[in-house]
Write a protein that binds this ligand. Structure first.
Ligand code: ADP
Length: 401
């Protein structure tokens, strides 16, 4: 079955076409600048990359262009779009309602709409993609995979904030967590690598990309995670602050900053960028730190210190720990960050092998020392593959991975 995976932003559509159940990627691409006269489609298939100028006025027009390209004789990979058997959509916020991926119907759409209040930048474009795909592929099952769903198992003691309980009752203010598809994917891969059942592993999963979050996974299910009501909480990120004393916001409000300003300050001007004053990009900062830039080095140290703190916290939460898993652009590629985040933790059973950490021996690798009680795994995440697997499973009425 051919499965199309869609990830829509406000002005872009990312897609991958999978051959399932083998999981081979037949084609992938990105249509960007939707709504501008100079939209373009970057399309890859059969070993060739194409840049196709177009004028996609909205997501429906964008979807039409993508589907036509996938079925075109010269750049396509199928005879007709009717070969697509199911379509999976990334949806950021599923509120408290969705504990796994679901087949989309009118009720699901209404719920995603309702949760737009909690994810105003993400749910509306995700919905635009769903609507466009339903229109273009009306006979194909459409599946929604939520970033929040994996974290639906977090217990009340961890998801509630110690604010007046009425705020939870009235507004559903609580920890939801994000990157769930990635945390679940790497937790499942970790279990497979260690030869365990998917529900027989305790792990701390560290998704360190532009956005960063960690999860405590108990028995294959999320037991806690660092992001909260929104993706702002938790780790130091590219441009987000992560945890800080909320009284700082009140203090700055007293100084005259309004909510829009404060939002930009915490989400776009903080984190690695805010501390270094140079860049939100870890590779860049690592180079600058090697050149002796003090604040680039400080930003990296603060980033790793926060990861280390959460490793300690989640070790206590889990009680027993089988593996720490690093994923995301930074987690997969930065030996420096892994070393600073979990070096010298033999006290709690975590010991890196310096050689393996510096040069992981395989794409998915165990970089812990032979004697380490806890394994340290580097596992490239693949959210699209996870969405394709869920979509394929649901389209066939089977249990999702
Ligand atoms: P996104 O969250 O946007 O998907 P990624 O997961 O691709 O982002 O992560 C982007 C981050 O990964 C950037 O900070 C980038 O500098 C970092 N990164 C990528 N490659 C390396 C590397 N070799 N060493 C250190 N950091 C890297």
């Amino acid at each position: 079955m051919k499965v199309l995976v869609i990830n829509c932003g406000s002005s872009s559509i990312k897609y991958q076409l999978y051959d399932m159940p083998a999981g081979n990627v037949l084609a992938k691409g990105l249509l960007e600048r939707i709504g501008e006269p100079t939209s373009r489609l970057l399309h890859q298939a059969r070993g060739a990359a194409h840049e196709i100028p177009c004028a996609a006025e909205d997501h429906v027009a964008g979807m039409e262009t993508i589907l036509a390209t996938l079925a075109s004789p010269d750049k396509g990979v199928m005879g007709a779009i009717t070969e697509i058997g199911a379509c999976g959509h990334r949806v950021v916020h599923g509120g408290e309602e969705f504990t796994g991926s679901v087949i989309i119907d009118g009720d699901v759409i209404a719920s995603i709409e309702r949760f737009a209040d909690l994810a105003p930048l993400h749910n509306p474009p995700n919905l635009a993609g769903i609507r466009a795909a339903r229109r273009e592929l009306p006979d194909v099952p459409q599946i929604a995979c939520f970033d929040t769903a994996f974290h639906a198992t977090i217990p009340e003691v961890a998801y509630l904030y110690a604010l007046p309980y009425a705020l939870y009752e009235q507004y559903r203010i609580r920890r939801y967590g994000f990157h769930g598809t990635s945390h679940r994917y790497v937790a499942r891969r970790a279990a497979a690598l260690l030869g365990r059942d998917k529900y027989d592993i305790n792990a701390i999963t560290c998704h360190l990309g532009n956005g960063c979050s960690m999860a405590a996974v108990r028995g294959g299910r999320s037991a806690d995670t660092s992001m909260g009501l929104t993706p702002l909480e938790g780790l130091v990120m590219g441009t987000r602050s992560g945890d800080f004393d909320p009284a700082i916001l009140m203090y700055l409000a007293e100084k005259g900053m309004d909510t829009r300003r404060l939002n930009s300050l915490c989400n776009k001007e903080s984190g690695l960028l805010g501390i270094s004053g140079i860049s939100n990009d870890m590779r860049n900062l690592a180079a600058q730190a090697r050149n002796g830039e003090r604040r680039a080095a400080l930003a990296i140290d603060m980033f790793c210190y926060r990861v280390r703190k959460y490793i300690g916290a989640y070790t206590a939460v889990l009680g027993t720990l089988d593996a720490v898993v690093f994923t995301g652009g930074i987690g997969e590629n930065s030996p420096l960050v892994r070393e600073k985040s979990c070096g010298a933790l033999a006290q709690i059973g975590i010991e890196l092998d310096p050689e393996k950490n510096a040069r992981p021996p395989a794409r998915e690798a165990d970089v812990a020392a032979a004697a380490s009680r806890v394994r340290v795994l580097v596992i490239p995440t693949d959210e699209e593959a996870a969405i394709a697997q869920d979509t394929y499973a649901l389209a066939q009425d089977k249990e999702q991975p």
